[in-house]
Ligand binder design. Structure first.
Ligand SMILES: *Cc1c(COP(=O)(O)O)cnc(C)c1O
Length: 381
């Protein structure tokens, strides 16, 4: 199934009319627009979007329409996409390791902000990027908890190295800034507070007044029943701690949410292929498809099940083993998945909050993974 030409009222209307055999990802533009406004109104600085979380053109276009003017890109593909859809937007090339070919691509595409976490990669940037009017952000990491997934395992300098990098950035004539990422799906505002305080110490030890502090992504989306992301409380913490930590030298702030902006604007409908001998549920989508991330950071429990006529299953919820469609035994959702007891072959399993790291990580392993894309007015089933 290709792109739908029609806008449907809600997922239920589409499912009972079309009874799709392949998984479908529903997109609710109204939700992403509202989320963008929440960030733009609430965050005390520049809101940029981390393109990698969902590079769908409909996502970028809706964010631009809502007023998002900056994008965090990690590759030439993403830079190209943004230059095409938002020619005048700010592009922050925040993948701290790049080949020389990629650096040249960024320079040629008017990238004015880069991040770095090592001496060797900073040397490449100094060699290839004209310094005038160009920002280099030093990315550092802390051993703090709070996120679903540790981003510090791959990127981020230690505080000592960050001090040295910041001095080199400033003396090479670039605009010096600092950046960090607290880890994705970070539900604890205190993680940002620790990072912001450490950033102020790094700047002061380096003797460098930084222009901007990029507080990363990591803003959570709504994955667990009854636990709503505390975005405004997080914005408030960031604002307050930035003033406390930097005082008169408070830098301009940037955030670069991916999941926080796009996550809740998509709902997945996967079909039950079989309930094997009354126990294991087999879906037509799994961890090699759009449910890849559940295997990494855990289950989303905002799940509802309906029959092919759109009637909600209301049996008592019980945990079951749930497999995806491929022949690989890795293709299993983590733990026990909460399904109503009357779930049956041919039903649809609807998973909310599926916008981030779902379309991008969907593989065609075993010939599965053909994902329908449908626009809906409302994310409510
Ligand atoms: C992935 C990433 C983001 C977005 O992270 P989310 O957890 O989706 O908000 C932001 N910045 C950088 C540098 C990233 O690598």
């Amino acid at each position: 199934m290709g792109l739908s030409k029609t806008i449907w009222t809600n997922p239920t209307e589409f499912l009972k009319n079309q009874q799709p055999e392949n998984p479908v990802l529903f997109f609710a533009p109204a939700v992403i627009q509202a989320m963008a406004r929440r960030f733009l109104d609430g965050f005390p600085g520049l809101v940029t979007y981390a393109v990698k979380s969902n590079p769908g053109e409909e996502v970028i276009e809706n964010l631009v329409a809502a007023g998002v003017q900056g994008f965090d890109c990690a590759s030439p593909f993403e830079i190209d996409l943004i230059r095409r859809l938002a020619p005048d937007a700010a592009i922050h090339y925040n993948n701290p390791v790049r080949s020389r070919t990629e650096i040249k691509f960024g320079v040629d595409h008017r990238v004015k902000s880069w991040s770095v976490d090592s001496h060797s990669e900073l040397a490449k940037l100094i060699d290839m990027v004209p310094a005038a009017g160009c920002e280099i952000s030093v990315r550092f990491k802390l051993p703090v908890a709070g996120a679903a997934y540790n981003f510090g395992a791959k990127f981020g300098a230690t505080e000592d190295v960050a001090v040295e990098l910041l001095k080199t950035v400033a003396s090479a004539g670039f605009i010096p800034s600092i950046t960090f990422h607290p880890g994705t799906q970070c539900t604890d505002p205190a993680a940002w507070a620790s990072y912001i305080r450490a950033a102020a110490v790094i700047a002061s030890r380096a003797g460098v007044k930084i222009a901007r502090l990029n507080v990363g992504g990591g803003f959570p989306n709504h994955r667990a029943h009854g636990i709503l992301p505390q975005l405004e409380a997080t914005f408030e913490t960031i604002d307050r701690v930035a003033s406390e930590a930097f005082g008169d030298e408070r830098p301009a702030l940037i955030c670069e949410p991916g999941r926080g902006l796009c996550g809740d604007a998509f709902i997945l409908a996967a079909r039950v292929k079989a309930v094997r001998d009354g126990t294991h549920v087999f879906l037509n989508d799994g961890v090699y498809g759009s449910l890849f991330e559940l295997g990494q950071i855990g289950i989303i429990d905002r799940i509802e099940v309906m029959d092919a006529e759109g009637h909600r299953r209301t049996g008592k919820v019980q945990g079951r083993i749930c497999f995806g469609p491929t022949c690989d035994s890795v293709d299993r959702l983590p733990g026990d998945v909460p399904f109503p007891s009357d779930i049956a072959e041919g039903d649809y399993v609807l998973v909310q909050g599926m916008g981030a790291y779902s379309t991008v990580t969907n593989s065609r392993f075993n010939g599965f993974g053909e994902l329908g894309r449908v626009t809906v007015l409302s994310a409510k089933l």
